[in-house]
Every structure is written in C-alpha cells, then in structure tokens.
Design a protein around this ligand. Structure first.
Ligand code: ZN
Length: 330
C-alpha cells in the first residue's frame, strides 16, 4: 500500500517501509545547449573540516570549460573532473599539481542540479565553505547570478550497459533507461533513529532545488573526538550539520525533512556524479553508498567503453583516463 502527497509538480509516494519516491512528469533536462552563469557572485564561509574561512567567487565560463577551480596565484587550475579526485574520505577533494580544493561536492551538486555546465570557481583557501551544510546557499547564489544558455551543444554521457561496484554490503550501479536525464535511487541504512531510508527521483532543476538542495550533512556526536584527532570535522556545528546524540537530534529546530539524511546522501551523489565530465542520462542506484563508491562507479563506467555512449563533443574532449585505484570489487 502506498499513500501519496501532492507537491507542485511531483508526488512523493511513501511505501510500506517508509521508502519515498518522487513520481515525476518526464524529465525536464532535455536541453541540448550548454549553460553558464550570467555574472559573478560571491559565497563566503568556513570549511566544515578545516574550519578556515574562505571566499568563493563563481563566474561565467566559456562552453567546453566545465567547472574549473582556481586557487592562489601560480597554482594550477583544477578541473572538477573524476581524474582529479585526490581523496574521498568524508568529503570529495580534487587537486592538480600542488593545488587542492576539498569538500567540493555540495557546490558541484548545485551546479549539476540546476543544469550549469560551465563555471569558474575562484577560492582563496583549500576548502569550500560549509555554509549551512546543504546546497541551498549555492543554489541561491547561482540563481542570483542567473543561468545563461550558450550556443554550443551540451555533452551527454548515455548509459547503455549496466556497471556496478561494491564494497562489502555497499554497492552502486548505473543502468540504461529511456529517459533523457539521471534517474536517482538512493538507500541508506543506519542503526537507531535514522534506520532505513530510501529516496528516488529524476534529476531536474526545480525538483533538485526544492527536495534535495536543502538537505544538510549529518553526523554523530560519538564520532566527534576521533574525527577531530584526524583533523576532520573541526568546523562542524549545529549551524552546518544535523548532529545526532544517540537517537536524539541536537539541532533545536530539528530536521528539514523526516528523511533528510537520505536526501543529503542523494545530494552527495549528484555532486560526485557531476565529476563525470558531462551530464549522465541513465539510472543510478546505490545502497549504503558514499563518496568512495560514487567515484569508483564513475571510474568503472569511464573505463568500460561499451557501457556508455558519449555525444561526439564529449568524445572529442575525453580527458586522460587515469585509474584511481580505489580498490573496490566489481
Ligand atoms: Zn555531503
């Protein structure tokens, strides 16, 4: 038995186990032209791991640029691309030469979720601000900049064969679909209050902004001291994380959605898959996934040429393929 709640354009269907599926009209990501920002906008804040203040400037970029991070003068620009991933532990870090930028996933999710193909991201530190722990402030900044449609054709990676990676009980896969967008289905399982949560939806800008972008990072008080000793989560607070103490949510205003944690995992998936180099048209599913599994799946896809059909533009600009060596089984 299912019950449904009508939203503006979508119905969230709640299954017997509390699974949530947003049943949509056909995908709206059918535009064949690339996009960028109309003007520069600034986002400032502290990093959730390093706790250092950073200032981001998001600016327009030409067609074919992708998203490129520029750190300090003299450092190499870093293309937001899976071949540049340097670390996937609790965040996604990219680098080129000596330059590094950490925790790019929520900003990348905002670009991908709103359909922005090209942008320059100047950052004066090595970690993207956590802002409120979600992608909502980045969505607001991108909407403030405005999205410009460019003349160049959009590149698309179309999944034509199933590929899968697993790590113990965790797994992630791409499978073909007839729809012209990314169909997402993410399931998480934690002991205690979070339990099993599952959310499924097609990636479309209005749905992303309303249903996924507001979902915040989450963590457990019991893990804090160990993470701090490792130099992680030094900037984590109730201002930028949902924090659980056992089964209790410590944030005074509670959760933004009953299944905010599954929605945040989907936000991370969207940000990580944005590193594939072009929008993906296909079905993505994961069970107890994370940044490492998401990136391993992209690597598996891009090193399995029979599994995808890139448009001619994507083929022409295919980057150097370098194995990440994440050590995950197929
Ligand atoms: Zn996240």
């Amino acid at each position: 038995m299912v019950a449904s709640t009508q939203f503006a354009h979508a119905a969230i269907v709640v299954g017997a186990k509390g699974d949530r599926q947003i049943a949509m009209k056909p995908c709206s990501d059918t535009s064949s032209r690339q996009t960028s920002l109309r003007k520069s906008v600034v986002v400032s804040g502290r990093g959730v791991h390093g706790d250092t203040p950073a200032r981001l400037t998001l600016s327009p970029a030409e067609a074919g640029t992708g998203v490129v991070f520029v750190t300090r003068d003299g450092d190499e620009p870093i293309a937001a691309h899976w071949t540049n991933v340097r670390c996937t532990r609790l965040r996604t870090e990219i680098g080129s030469g000596a330059a590094r930028v950490s925790t790019v996933e929520h900003l990348m999710a905002a670009f991908a979720g709103l359909g922005v193909d090209n942008a320059l991201v100047e950052i004066d530190e090595s970690e993207v601000p956590a802002v409120d722990g979600s992608a909502l402030p980045f969505v607001a900044a991108i909407r403030d900049a405005g999205i410009a449609r460019l003349r160049a054709a959009r590149r698309v990676i179309k999944i034509v064969e199933t590929v899968r990676v697993s790590d113990g009980a965790s797994w992630a896969e791409f499978a073909p679909t007839n729809r012209r967008c990314l169909d997402l289905d993410v399931e998480i399982a934690f002991p205690g209050a979070i339990g099993h949560q599952r959310i499924a939806l097609p990636l479309a800008p209005s749905i992303f902004a309303r249903e996924i972008a507001p979902a915040r990072s989450f963590g457990f008080l019991r893990d804090a001291e160990q993470l701090w000793r490792q130099g992680l989560a030094l900037g984590a607070s109730l201002e930028n994380c949902v924090i659980f103490d056992g089964d209790r949510v410590l944030n005074p205003r509670g959760l933004r959605f009953p299944d905010e944690m599954a929605r945040h995992k989907m936000l991370d998936v969207i940000g990580d898959l944005a590193l594939a180099g072009a929008p993906i048209h296909g079905a993505f599913r994961s069970y107890r996934g994370g940044h490492g599994l998401n990136l391993a799946l992209i690597e598996r896809l891009m090193t399995t040429p029979s599994a995808y059909a890139p448009s001619k533009e994507a083929e022409g600009s295919a980057p150097r393929v370098r194995r990440l060596g994440l050590g995950l089984s197929p």
